[in-house]
Structures are given as structure tokens and as C-alpha cells.
Write a protein that binds this ligand. Sequence first.
Ligand code: 9MR
Length: 473
Amino acid sequence: RNRVVLCTVMVMVGTLIAGFAGALTRGPAPEVSPRLLTDSEGRTLFLRGFNTASSAKNPTGLADLTEEDVAREYSDMGTNFVRLLLQWQAVEPEPGEIDQDYLDEVEKRVGWYEKRGYHVMLDMHQDLYSTYTSSEHVAGNGAPEWATQNDRLPVAEDLDMWELYYLEPGVIRSFDNFWGTSDNDLDLMDHYAKSWGAVAERFADNEAVLAYDLMNEPWGGTLQAAEFERGPLAEFYRRSIAEIRQSDSDTWLFVEPQAVGVNWGMTSALPAFDDPRDGEDRIGFAPHLYPLPMDLGKSYASAKEEVDDALATWEDSVLRTAERLDAPVILGEFGLDATAPGALDYVDAVIDMTERTGMGYAYWSNDPGSWGPYNGDGEPQPLADTLNRAYPRAVAGEPLSISTTDIHLTLSYRTDPQVTAPTEIYLPESFGAGGGSVSCGADCETNWDAERRVLSVTQAPESGVAAVEVRAA
Ligand code: 9MR
């Protein structure tokens, strides 16, 4: 019965959103993200990693993570990116009081990634607004207790699917009180923005922290779709951007669209944002991808065509929005029960799409269990192999084409004379202990770092278009 309720709700919301999505002008969508992220050396970045982790949804806001876990993730899958979960309730446990000890702990974890050359996106996570929308604390994470006002509206205790709590009156009212769309005037949004200001003060000079993801999966309560995205959500982003830029002018700021609908492929109505820094704007777009047929319980094996259609629609919508916002894209979440029929083919299809379009990605998630690369006993699952793919981590110029299999990689790019750091390519064990055989033209130099499994390629600056090919040994 719950599924029927969920379907009905989703169709209603979907229809609503389709209404405004259709209203936006349609021209040809770009095939590649309009902007690609670059590192401090000017190289184009391809980001691949995990959300870490659901365990950070407890009130401490800290994932159950050790430095060994990070080392193991690298050696098993060669990732270079993490979307690290934070919680507002841990940053600002009492109104106006920032918990610097919490930020110390976050910094320590960032340090584990930094040591291994990762880029970090800090994600201020929430699901269902907060743990405190009901006195039983049945579901949710994010906002502190003092910032949760449900005005005594009820929240059910026994829903089958966690997403259904988004429709409970007490959850909806807590959101409305946050967005300032209820009759109450609490100015909670300002507290949240100032919390970001405090996080930014801490991480402004941290080389590993590349980006801030301003709010996980925003939900408008009683206000939906364009009205929400262009109204209170946009206002919230403007305030957070302003607070962050007081102390941090360089870190990228990633905005998320409304989750419901856009996660399935509806077009976001978010407006573009000004970035009050000197130089080019650094505003990125970080949507999530959960195709509707799969949200409704279908497997990729049983609904491949339908899911492929949903993927194509999602890609088209996201690239349009990214172009409108002039923003690089990080796919902040995609994931599924990786033991379901066809799941690993789905993961491959999504990674192919990110490779083709230059999007970064963070798989949801590295939680031990059926969705993750390790099971409950910590043993690697087939997903770990699927995610352990060859990829160019950093490209010394503008990428023109990329193609990868287990035993073969080709990459071409336009060299940039300003960029002197090498192109770096991660190659999994299937390429052999020596990293395979490389051809890259007469003027290039290569170096194989066997421990990190990274091939570095330096081209003569005048080489124009560079082509690199690697074959498994
Ligand atoms: O996988 C998570 C599940 O175990 C939790 O019960 C749920 C509520 O906190 O959140 C799930 O993770 C979701 C993430 O927080 C937001 N995007 C969708 C994720 C998968 O449903």
C-alpha cells in the first residue's frame, strides 16, 4: 500500500515539476559540462569517489572512519575525491555557538584524505530536516534541536520507506519554519548561513578542500519546484555564499537543486548566482541521480530501457542547467543496492556518462552493506571491482576525448602551455604491475608510480593536441 501512496505522490509532484520544466526554453543541450574543474596547477580534474558516510548522520556528525579505511579505499579503488558529510547540528549545537572541537575532528579526517592527494567536498547533510521533528526521533538528521520547530504537528512512526517522512506534517512545518514561509519569524536560515561562514573560516586555506556543498537534497516543505528553487532556496544560497566569501574567496560553492523530481531528470529552475570574489565565479552545480523506475523498486536488469531513457533525460536536463548557471557539475550522489540484478551494469553506464561529460562523481555510499563496496564484514564486494576503473585524474589541458576499458585507455587533450604539471592517469591492477605499455608521441616523458598506480605524462608544451594510449601489459 505504501508503494501505491508513494507512486501517487511522486506522480503528483512529477506532474507539478514537469509543468515548469517544460516551460524552460529547449535548445540543443551541450554534450560536455560547460565548465570543468581545475586544480591549483591548472589541470582539468576528473573527480571520482564516495559519499562518506551514513554513519555521520548520528548527532556527533562524524563518520565512523579511520585513516586505514581511507588508505584501503585508495588501494582498492584509486579514488581521488570524497563528499564528506557534516551536520549543522554538530557545527552549531547551541544558537550562535560554533563547536570548534567538531571542526577539529573534521579537519583531522580531511587530513587523512589530503595525505593521499584527494580533493574534498564538505557536504552539509540533512535528510528530513532533522532528528527532532518528532519527540520519538524516528528519522532524519541535519538541523539542531533548537532549530527544529514542528509547531506540534504530527510525524508518523512506522513508515516503510524513509522518503515518505518528507510528507509528514511535522516535517513539512519544520522546513517551512526554516525557509521562512510559515507565519513564524525565526530567521533560522541566517544561523545556517553563519555556520557555513564558520566552516569556511576554518577551511579557507586548506588545500584539500575543493568545494562546499551548501545543502543536501533541499526540500521546500509546502513550497515546491520553481517557486521554491527561485524563492527561499535561492535566498538561502545567496546568504550562505555571502557568509562564506567573507573569509574564503577560493573554495568552490556547489548548489543543489530541489531533490524530488530533479533527481529523476526533471529540469531545475535554480537561478544563476553571483560570486562576490575577484576573478571568475566559482559556483558549481551538484545534482543527484536516482532514476524514478529504480526509486519505485525496479532493477536495471528488468527495466533497462526505461532506466536508460531516464539517464538520458537526466543528463540532458543537468547539462542545460549547468550551461545556464555556467557551472561545472559534480554528481553528488548516485547509488543503489549493488547486489540487485544488473546493478553493476548501471554503475558502469553512469560512470561512462560522467567520463563523457566531464562530471565528477561521488557514489552513494561507502557504508558497509549491499549498497557499498564492502559488506558488513568489511570484505570487498563485486562493486569494488566495478568502481576500480582507469581514469585520467588530472589532465594538463583541455580534454578532447577519453575512452577506457579494463585493459585499454586512450586520452586526447589540447595542451596548455601555462600548465607545467603532468597529466595523471590512474590504472587499476588489470593493466599489470608495471602499468601497461604507453605510447604518447615522440616528445613526451612518462613516469609510473607503482604504489599509487598513477602514470604521469609530460608533453612538450608546443605539442598542440596530445594523444596518450595505454595497453595492459
Ligand atoms: O542510505 C541512507 C539510508 O540508510 C537512510 O535511512 C536514509 C535516511 O537518512 O538516507 C539514505 O541515504 C540517502 C541520502 O542521505 C540522501 N540521498 C539519498 C540516499 C539514499 O536513499
